[in-house]
Design a protein around this ligand. Sequence first.
Ligand code: HEM
Length: 407
Amino acid sequence: MTRTVETELPLWPPVNTARGPFTPLDDAERRRYVGPVRRVRLPTGSSAWLVTRHADVRHMLRQPAFSSDFDRPGFPLLRPPARSTAGDSKGSFIRMDGAEHSRLRRMLTAEFMIKNVRRIEPLIRGSVDQALDDLAAAGPPADLVSTFALPLPSMVICHLLGVPYADHDFFQTRSRTLLDREMPPERVRRDFEELRDYVRTLVDDRRARADDADDLLGRLVRERVEPGELEVDELVGMALLLLIAGHETTANMIGLSVLLLTGDPARYAILRDEPERAADLVEELLRYLSIVRTGLFRVAVEDVEVGGRLIRAGEGAIALISLANRDDEVFDDPDAFDPYRQAHQQVAFGFGVHQCIGQPLARAELRIALVALARRFPGLRVTAAPEELSTRDNSIVFGLDTLPVTW
Ligand code: HEM
């Protein structure tokens, strides 16, 4: 009986490559998924609750009754688990709860505070200039994703962590595998292990040299590992998490933002003519593009109510931040991109204890990159229509594969 009901549930995420890069769900899909909390079927055959309203999403993500630990029974998974040994998630605090989560997150809070990100703005500007030089040398025409959008966040996160940028091909291809929900589990496992071994070598090297490297890995070795507060395996997991979370996300935001802004020359000109508006513009880009489109996944560890529905302990739930960002209870005319909107209620970085720790850095990178691009390439235009572009539909982080531009 239960099985019959389960197979009738709508599949999440829906397979649809025709809706274009700016629409998280088309009209028919919205009727199926948006509104009160409802059950959906996942590609792995299990079911979960889908939460789409802004107020419900925030309520859910604030509840300690939900766990982020995907090893717990009932955790909603989009692909079969690729990890087999319990030690694999060590240090990866995005998957941890309670005191375990906050112990590790706290070790990084100061690094990503706004005032510290301000201090590294010259580094961001330097990386932007270098990426712009590379773009200028590559074209016109050129692919903006591979020459500008991807290298920039990679350069910044490598510099911050103390990872050699020369290795970016190695970790970029592997982190893409980890984010691809269609990838076979054995491939995910192999790429994860290669990445972990790579980061472990860097950490071992720092420990052996006992140098005074002024980068995050060096600082964490000296200040946390050596006094015995942090295990080496935990540091490796934390560094891996930052490396993966820190570049594909920002890169995809840059690519999609350029596509959206250059689609209307007046919009693109705001960056050059009113750079003081860039911070608000970035907030609206984050809201409108909401690149984490498959949602944030949790399992209930005790019975809990969300949007008037009782979610029982052991049941999965998915917070759809991309839909919360299009909720007309909170945003007027939510499907319109409005560069003059104050979109501070947007939840593209999540909400609650797991809210993105890298958000001050991501905001700074987006703001600096987009303003510098518009100044240096005021006539930049995309040479393909949005619907012709190949998009990363299988990735947990939505984005463009390529963005052909000229100037
Ligand atoms: C968490 C989005 C950039 C590091 C998250 C979460 C979201 C997100 C939605 C919440 C996950 C959850 O609740 O399950 C984004 C977007 C970015 C971005 C849209 C770019 C525009 C970055 C950057 C870094 C970073 C630049 C680091 C350098 C992290 C980490 C977490 C996280 C470590 C886990 C936080 C925790 O569990 O306490 N991000 N992120 N992110 N993000 Fe980001």
